[in-house]
Design a protein around this ligand. Structure first.
Ligand SMILES: NC(=O)c1ccc[n+]([C@@H]2O[C@H](COP(=O)([O-])OP(=O)(O)OC[C@H]3O[C@@H](n4cnc5c(N)ncnc54)[C@H](OP(=O)(O)O)[C@@H]3O)[C@@H](O)[C@H]2O)c1
Length: 246
């Protein structure tokens, strides 16, 4: 397993998963919306339309570990399709860590889709250990097949309203929200100012080209964040920023 050490705060030496979990749990409120992204040094969020080409072993380790700290994993439809998500099933070690921390064995998988053009036969739904949620809009066409495999929650007229979505999650006791993207969803979460934390892996790559950044769309005001921590693994930085609100 690749070593991950701390830069800020200095925790000394290679960190085990418990120490990394503690690092990411410090200062977390309720409800809390954390987003996790990986980017190249020059700001690319994808290589050949996937994030996989950016993240190394340390990014993968933290990516997996952050899923053990949440009630719900929130992902938009574009990323579910581009990254080929299956059912949200964590391995036995992650389940053990979650249960020890007082969480349900598996997180709920919540998907954001305005169009509801998702495959009801996908493993996302067929193999789900917990019935997934789909957040959509009043203008979405009815999709009876999809509603057999997931709870469909309407949150907004033509786009999903992030404030209403966070409130719907809270109603279901899903207050530790972990968002894995993608950039369009992250942009709308930033626009609504519901993001409490951004975990950003800076991968030691220069990519160039036209690939997207981690956030798309219009954010009315810039959002100020405070640096809450830096982990390092070889040439990769794992940054933790939390939202500074007046
Ligand atoms: N670098 C990273 O860490 C990272 C992380 C995640 C993803 N990615 C990459 O990002 C790319 C996908 O980007 P993207 O911006 O197209 O994807 P996205 O945000 O994952 O998905 C966009 C789609 O999600 C739905 N959506 C998002 N926000 C919505 C809202 N507020 N209301 C209603 N629907 C909403 C819509 O689905 P419908 O079309 O169904 O209405 C929309 O077309 C992929 O290449 C993926 O690999 C990178």
């Amino acid at each position: 397993m690749v070593d991950i050490t701390s830069v800020l705060p200095d925790l000394g030496g290679a960190l085990d998963d418990v120490a990394i979990g503690d690092h990411y749990s410090a200062g977390v409120g309720s409800p809390w919306l954390r987003a996790n992204f990986v980017s190249s040094i020059d700001g690319a969020a994808t290589v050949e339309n996937k994030s996989g080409g950016l993240g190394g072993e340390a990014d993968r380790r933290v990516f997996d570990l952050l899923r053990t700290l949440c009630d719900v994993v929130l992902v938009a439809a574009g990323t579910v399709k581009a990254e080929g998500y299956g059912a949200m099933i964590l391995d036995a070690a992650s389940v053990e860590a979650r249960v020890a921390a007082g969480l349900k064995p598996q997180p709920t998988f919540a998907i954001v889709s305005g169009s509801l053009s998702l495959d009801p036969k996908s493993r996302v739904f067929a193999d789900a250990p917990v019935r997934p949620l789909i957040f959509t809009t009043e203008s979405a066409p009815p999709n009876a097949a999809l509603s057999r495999g997931a709870d469909i929650v309407v949150c907004g007229a033509t786009t999903v309203d992030p404030v209403a979505m966070v409130a719907e999650l809270a109603k279901r006791q899903l207050t530790r929200i972990h968002c894995e993207g993608g950039p369009s969803l992250f942009g709308s979460l930033l626009a609504a100012d519901v993001v409490d934390e951004l975990c950003l892996t800076v991968s030691p790559l220069l990519v160039g080209g036209e690939s997207s950044r981690i956030a798309k769309g219009v954010v009315p005001d810039t959002r100020t964040m405070s640096l809450a921590g830096i982990l390092r693994s070889e040439d990769t930085l794992l940054l933790r920023y939390v939202r500074t609100r007046p």
